[in-house]
Design a protein. Structure first.
Length: 229
């Protein structure tokens, strides 16, 4: 199975579903299929936690795309792209009122379709990797875990938030004040020893990777991966 987001393709034409599926799989998407509106709702009911976007045909037997859209919108904000042979402005306005995120009129280029899907997922923040690697330090923002060279390390919530903030601002010098206001989430009027002690603990837990957290004299700290020359 591919590692990318899962897309539900709903269209009563099997050739159309296969065409779309083939292009999506080339881009590492997982693809679920439904041949009519009723089947689409059945699949969504079972797989809604997995499905990150729906490509939904308008004209289908049993239940049309509008009806499917209405029912899904009652419980989910999953991005929905309507596939339609119609190009009338009134239909598109109707779709946007119901909660359509994007419209693609048939016939379309499969490559353009995939590009639109990727752009929409990016806007929704879906296809960003939950696990990111910073020179052997991997952080799983969904599971809230940190590993160093594959071995998980124990961090307190504050230590985790501090490291995450440094990693997300890689190569940027961050003042102690900015770190405190962001990580501690309040204006800090005491001295800066609290952040220094937390940095010391995080460095220790990172082992050899702790050197990536650099002290910027007179400013604060910066996470920078030193490449061996």
């Amino acid at each position: 199975m591919n590692q990318g987001p899962t897309i539900l393709v709903v269209d009563d034409e099997s050739r159309m579903r296969k065409l779309i599926k083939d292009f999506l799989i080339q881009k590492n998407f997982n693809v679920l299929e439904a041949e009519d509106g009723e089947k689409a709702l059945e699949v969504f009911a079972v797989e809604k936690e997995k499905i990150k976007l729906i490509l939904l045909d308008v004209m289908m037997p049993k239940l049309d795309g509008w009806s499917v859209l209405r029912q899904i919108r009652q419980e989910s904000k999953v991005p929905i792209v309507m596939l339609t042979a119609r190009g009338e402005e009134q239909d598109e306005l109707f779709g946007f009122e119901l909660g359509v995120d994007e419209y693609i009129s048939k016939p379309f280029s499969p490559k353009i379709l995939v590009a639109r899907v990727e752009a929409l997922l990016k806007r929704a923040g879906v296809n960003e990797k939950e696990v990111k690697d910073y020179g052997g330090i991997t952080i799983d923002t969904e599971g809230r875990t940190v590993k160093v060279d594959g071995k998980e390390i124990e961090l307190s919530l504050r230590e985790y938030e501090l490291l995450k903030y440094l990693l997300e601002n890689e190569n940027i010098a961050l003042s102690r004040e900015k770190i405190l206001n962001t990580v501690w989430n309040y204006d800090f009027y005491g001295d800066s020893r609290t952040i220094d002690s937390h940095i010391k603990k995080v460095r220790h837990k990172l082992g050899k990777k702790g050197k990536y957290i650099q002290t910027i004299r007179g400013v604060g700290y910066k996470f920078e991966i030193k490449k061996n020359k």
